[in-house]
Write a protein that binds this ligand. Structure first.
Ligand SMILES: [Zn+2]
Length: 345
């Protein structure tokens, strides 16, 4: 990895982007003469108003006026600041940015913590999946086979969505992760920061956050495990769903459950179906409705919609529960979506 200053990295990153390739990931482009045209993703475009020039490295919408280079396009469509965009692209392209002074320290500490939490989540997810195959997990396998009576379908749900099992008892995952990672031994608080453990109020030691639950890992758009949902196995266990707290990696308002699995279908069909629960999404996918994603316990946000439009969704279907909560959620989602459809299709 070469180490560059931020400005150098920005230049390098931009140099590595072809504007037609960049925009084509979000918009269908047609070659017309020396340039390309497509429907502008930043307004409700009826005719292809956006012009893209590979030679000049710029795009321009002649209807709403938005335009710029490939970085401008990515900042707008990914809803990121310049700093965030360069940081993410540099990481993707294997460019190491040399930050300076105070900033360097903050960036390094955050990057370090993010990577550690990711490693912990990934390891926890694998561990939960492994527990589901043990004799101790009979209860949860029974629970799943009631939901999915077809054995093959049940197996498919487990594999495609990396379902797992958190054992009963207070200390199972915590000692396991401590044994796996030196950095946890050095700094056990990281397990709390990751949302996987808590420290006992009185006395010493930590205990597992997820106990005796069916585990549903939550992935970000890149397929990295950022959080977990835990479903209680009996009605006496409360709450019915226990989720990870918000962490450096997990912002509820920005993550849609199943998005990683759904993104290709969303891109192809240019539509998305938003559902309420984890199992709504899993069941939909098992039945071939692969553009389904879940809002999972939070109201729809603008960031959710931006994520969907960034991957080309032009139509969003709401499939919420037919109870009062579902109706309420649907109404607030409709209010949120309305501005995107102002000229009415
Ligand atoms: Zn436009």
């Amino acid at each position: 990895m070469s180490r560059l200053t931020f400005a150098e990295a920005a230049e390098r990153v931009k140099g590595g982007l072809d504007i037609v390739d960049v925009i084509q990931r979000h918009v269908v482009l047609k070659k017309t003469g020396r340039s390309y045209t497509g429907k502008c993703p930043f307004h409700n475009d009826k005719s292809p108003s956006m012009n893209v020039s590979r030679e000049k490295g710029i795009f321009k919408c002649f209807a709403c006026g938005v335009g710029g280079d490939s970085l401008t396009f990515l900042m707008k469509i990914e809803n990121k600041t310049f700093g965030e965009l360069i940081r993410d692209l540099a990481q993707e392209q294997g460019i190491d940015i040399q930050y300076e002074g105070q900033q360097a320290e903050t960036v390094q500490i955050q990057r370090d913590a993010r990577q550690k939490i990711l490693a912990l989540n990934e390891s926890a997810s694998q561990w939960f999946a492994l527990q589901l195959q043990t004799a101790a997990a009979q209860e949860v396998r029974q629970y799943l086979s009631k939901r999915y009576t077809d054995t093959q379908q049940c197996q498919q749900a487990i594999q495609a969505f990396h379902l797992g099992y958190a054992l009963p008892g207070w200390e199972n995952l915590t000692p396991y992760l401590k044994s796996q990672f030196d950095f946890v031994q050095a700094n056990p608080d990281l397990l709390n920061t990751a949302g996987l453990a808590s420290t006992r109020d009185h006395g010493q030691g930590q205990y597992d956050r997820f106990r005796h639950r069916l585990i549903i890992p939550i992935h970000d758009e890149k397929g990295q495990v950022v959080a977990f949902g835990g479903r209680a196995l009996s009605d006496e266990d409360k709450p019915k769903y226990l989720n990870s707290p918000e962490t450096l990696l997990y912002k509820k308002s920005q993550i849609l459950y199943g998005f990683h699995q759904a993104k290709d279908s969303i891109r192809q069909s240019r539509s998305a179906i938003i559902m309420e629960g984890y199992f709504d999404v899993i069941t939909a996918h098992l039945h071939g409705i692969t553009e389904a994603v879940g809002s999972c316990g939070t109201a729809m946000t603008d960031s959710h919609l931006k994520l969907l439009t960034r991957f080309g969704a032009q139509t969003v279907y709401l499939a919420f529960d037919s109870d009062e909560a579902g109706l309420k959620a649907a109404l607030s989602a409709i209010q949120l979506i309305e501005p995107y459809a102002e000229s009415g299709d």
